[in-house]
Design a protein around this ligand. Structure first.
Ligand code: UT7
Length: 374
């Protein structure tokens, strides 16, 4: 029988810097009242100069590994879901792999915008279900504050920075990820986009001048789309898991807008008290919002082994999707590990590898030079 992908570790990392609505109102033409009533957001976190998507992802990953009691060297797959990667390439996941010392892991980035964590969770779970890996790290991480136009009140009030991570491990018992629904509709690709910097519109003086390296959004249309698909995806994923909404203890939705979540809960006839909400404190952290909300729910004792949970999200693409999971727990038989110690080993290892690579190049050049002279 194929193994199940249990969720055995979870961790989050958010920047210390808090940007309140009141502070935003001194930067653009908006007000705390407008932002709170239209979105539910009161404040968000903003990365400091030395924090990046990879550094937040690394912190979240190490915390998730600590909860799982897993050594980074046992991780076989790292998926980083992000729309604000460290670079176009290499993948942010490879930088995280190096920083945590996951010496046996394949690593890649996945871009499905705010739905990315749902997609990544599904991909990692399928890798475990197929038997190709036993342990995986799924990370959602963003520093969208770097991509927002701080003069555009339509977008800059919404987004925040942060990262969240899950450890998935193979287990015989039917638990962990039970079903998934992944959907897309590229006909709405113009509704939420960062137009320039890719192959369609390479960076140029004009693209910078025209503000095309910032997030552009048709908020009203995204809103309409979101309220429709959150309900659909939830019902479909629950049915695929052979469950009914009565079996679901918690919904952990993408934290974009309180009104979207309330409308979805109403149409699902699901009590708001069982929808996890923390967007008032973090804003929309895109693909990081679901794992961050999950970590806080776990810390608050709202998640118990055996609980059935729906993770549901939507975003640019357009993309949307849902995962139904049975909340697992760290494997008790596993020995305790302290992955933060591995950060130091990883740094030393990485520095040595870079040095060796340089020496190797130098020796090659010397040998070549000698051969040429002979
Ligand atoms: O992860 C996915 C990310 N995207 C989303 O989730 C976006 C989903 N959409 C939304 O959350 C909402 O559409 C927004 C919060 C973005 C906007 O709320 P809305 O109720 O749809 O407002 P609106 O765009 O229809 O604008 C209403 C009015 C406009 O003024 P006029 O044209 O009626 O005079 C806007 O110019 O509010 C104005 N407005 C603002 N006023 C004060 C727009 N942004 C602001 C602002 N402060 N920040």
């Amino acid at each position: 029988m194929s193994p199940y992908a249990h969720i055995t570790g979870w961790g989050m990392a958010v920047p210390e810097r808090v940007l309140t609505n009141h502070e935003l109102a001194t930067m653009v033409d908006t007000s705390d009242e407008w932002i709170r009533t239209r979105t539910g957001i009161c404040e968000r976190r903003i990365a400091s100069e030395d924090q990046t998507t990879a550094s937040l992802a690394t912190e979240a990953a190490l915390r998730a590994l600590a909860v799982a009691g897993l050594n980074p060297a046992d991780v076989e797959l790292i998926i980083v879901s992000t729309s604000s990667p460290e670079h176009t390439f290499p993948a942010t996941a490879c930088i995280v792999q190096d920083r945590i010392g996951a010496t046996k892991a394949g690593a890649f980035d996945l871009l499905a915008a705010c739905t990315g964590f749902i997609y990544a969770l599904n991909m990692a779970a399928q890798s475990i279900r197929s038997g190709s890996v036993k342990n995986a790290l799924v990370i959602g991480a963003e520093t969208l504050s770097r991509l927002v136009n701080w003069q555009d009140r339509n977008t800059c009030i919404l987004f925040g920075d942060g990262a969240g991570a899950f450890v998935l491990q193979a287990g015989e018992e039917r638990s962990g990820v039970l079903s998934s629904v992944l959907r897309s509709d590229g006909s709405g690709s113009d509704l939420l986009t960062l137009p320039a910097g890719g192959s369609a519109l390479p960076a140029s003086l004009e693209t910078v001048r025209d503000g095309l390296h910032y997030i552009h959004m048709n908020g009203r249309e995204v809103f309409r789309f979101a309220t429709r698909v959150m309900t659909q995806a939830t019902l479909e994923a629950v049915a695929r898991a052979n469950l009914s909404m009565d079996d679901i203890q918690l919904i952990i939705p993408h934290q974009a807008n309180q009104r979207i979540i309330e409308m979805a809960a109403r149409s699902l006839n699901f009590p708001m008290e069982r929808c996890v909400m923390n967007l008032h404190r973090y804003g929309n952290t895109s693909t990081a919002s679901i794992p961050i909300a999950t970590c806080e729910a776990a810390q608050q004792g709202r998640l118990h082994p055996g609980d059935k949970v729906v993770f549901v999200g939507f975003g640019s693409g357009l993309t949307w999707g849902a995962v139904v999971a049975e909340w697992s727990a760290p494997f008790s038989a596993q020995r305790r590990e302290y992955p933060t110690r591995y950060r130091l080993y990883a740094r030393v290892r990485s520095a040595l590898l870079r040095l060796l690579r340089r020496l190797d190049t130098l020796i090659d050049a010397l040998v070549w030079d000698r051969r040429q002279r002979d």
